[in-house]
Design a protein around this ligand. Structure first.
Ligand code: UTP
Length: 286
C-alpha cells in the first residue's frame, strides 16, 4: 500500500518571520493569492495524500478554519454571483481529510512529528514542513513517494544542493549516489563548511517508516530539551535505512520575509494573468 497520510508540523514559533507572525500564524501569510500552507497541501494532494494531520498549537486555530466550510460566506458569495469563489471553498475543504493535533509544548520537530502518530495507521507517512514550498510538476512529494515505494522499509528525504558557505543554515547529509538517489550514511546539523559531509542539504520533505516513531519515542530529549528529528534519522541512516533525492520541482524557503516575497513573485509570474506578469516585470525594472 502506498502513502496516503501526511503530517504537517506547524506548531513552531516562527521567530524568523516576526513581526509579521506576531498574531497571525506564519503559515497563513500569503504567497501570491493564498496562504502559504495551501500550496503545501496542494502539493500533498497532487501526490495522492488523502489525510493530513496538522500539528498546531495555541493561536493557530486559523489553520484548520482555512480548510473548513464557511456556509455563511458561501451563501453571500452565491448571492453576489460569485459562485466560483463559493465552489472554491467547498473544493478546498474536500481536497483532503484534515485532523488537528495540538502539540501543547513546542518540544522540537521530532516531538511534533511524534504527536502526528495518533493520526495514521499505515507503515509509512509523509512529512511536509510548511516553510518549504516546491513549485513544479511532478510534485516533489510524489517523487519521494515513488522512491519510497521501491524501498518501503527505508526513510526518504528531499535534498537540495547548496553553496558550501550555506551549510551553516541546514542539516547536511553525506553518502553514496546511485543514479538519482543517495544512500545516506551521515546527517550533520548546521555544520561549518569544512565539516559538511557534502553540498547536499535536507529540505522539509520526508517519507518516514513507522520504525522512526519508535526511535523518536525512545531517544529522549537532546539539545534545548527538544526531541530532534535528525537524531532519529541518523539512527536509520547508520542502519542503511535512509535515502535522499533532489526533487525536480524548484524549492523556495518561505520561512522568512525575504523568502516569502521571492516565493510570492514566483507564483505571481507562474499563476498570474498576462497583465499581472507584465506589471511585475515592469515594476522590477524600475
Ligand atoms: P523551525 O525550527 O524552522 O521553527 O521548525 P519555526 O518556529 O517554524 O521557525 P523559526 O525558526 O522560529 O522562524 C521547523 C518546522 O517544525 C515545526 C515548525 O512549525 C516548522 O514547520 N515545529 C518546530 C513544530 O511543529 N513544533 C516544534 O516544537 C518545533
Amino acid at each position: 500500500m502506498t502513502v496516503t497520510t501526511a503530517i504537517i508540523p506547524a506548531a513552531g514559533w516562527g521567530t524568523r518571520m516576526l513581526p509579521a507572525s506576531f498574531s497571525v500564524p506564519k503559515e497563513l501569510l500569503p504567497v501570491f493569492d493564498r496562504p502559504s500552507i495551501e500550496w503545501v497541501v496542494a502539493e500533498a494532494v497532487a501526490a495522492g495524500i488523502e489525510r493530513i494531520v496538522l500539528i498546531s498549537g495555541r493561536g493557530k486555530s486559523g489553520l484548520m478554519d482555512h480548510f473548513d466550510r464557511h456556509p455563511h460566506l458561501e451563501s453571500i458569495l452565491t448571492k453576489s454571483a460569485k459562485d466560483e469563489a463559493a465552489a472554491e471553498i467547498v473544493k478546498r475543504s474536500k481536497s483532503c481529510q484534515f485532523i488537528e493535533v495540538r502539540q501543547g509544548d513546542a518540544r522540537g520537530l521530532g516531538h511534533a512529528v511524534l504527536c502526528g502518530e495518533l493520526g495514521f495507521n499505515q507503515d509509512r507517512v509523509a512529512v511536509l514542513l510548511p516553510d518549504d514550498l516546491y513549485f513544479g510538476s511532478p510534485s516533489a512529494l510524489s517523487e519521494l513517494i515513488t522512491l519510497s515505494d521501491s524501498a518501503p522499509e527505508k526513510g526518504v528525504i528531499g535534498l537540495l544542493e547548496v553553496a558550501p558557505e550555506q551549510s551553516r543554515k541546514y542539516g547536511m547529509v553525506g553518502g553514496v549516489w546511485r543514479d538519482r538517489q543517495m544512500q545516506i550514511d551521515t546527517l550533520v546539523e548546521k555544520p561549518e563548511p569544512e565539516n559538511a559531509p557534502s553540498n547536499f542539504a535536507i529540505t522539509g520533505r520526508y517519507v518516514l517508516p513507522r520504525q522512526l516513531f519508535d526511535l523518536l519515542r525512545n531517544q529522549g530529549s537532546g539539545a534545548l530539551g527538544e526531541i530532534q528529528l535528525t537524531d532519529a534519522l541518523q539512527t536509520l541512516a547508520a542502519n542503511k535505512g535512509m535515502l535522499g533525492m533532489v526533487p525536480s520541482a524548484k524549492r523556495y524557503d518561505a520561512g522568512d520575509a525575504e523568502g516569502l516575497l521571492i516565493a510570492s513573485l514566483r507564483c505571481a509570474l507562474d499563476h498570474g494573468s498576462d497583465s499581472l506578469r507584465a506589471r511585475v516585470q515592469a515594476e522590477l525594472q524600475q
